[in-house]
Design a protein. Sequence first.
Length: 100
Amino acid sequence: NNDGVVSGDELVTLTQQWFKNMVDQLDEDMKVWTVYCNTHCAWYVEDLTPVVLSLQKGGVPFFGPTLRADGVHQLYVAVPAHHYVEIDSNVYNAAASGVP
């Protein structure tokens, strides 16, 4: 109830399922950025375009691609237990994937 005190029905057992549900609500199935994306590992690939196409084809939700100020395109993918993987590249063809 946002009173700063956790009590009554606000007390829950912290299970992996509880955490998963909370993160799902916060990131809206990878549609919005959440602070939980801040701790992650990253990979660099030659071209991000085939990665995006593969994720789209498989129906895998992802956040991005976004273009950083340094010219690197990046996206984030949730993996089991709500860990995130960042995938970066200097090459990305938005026209091929339809995702700007």
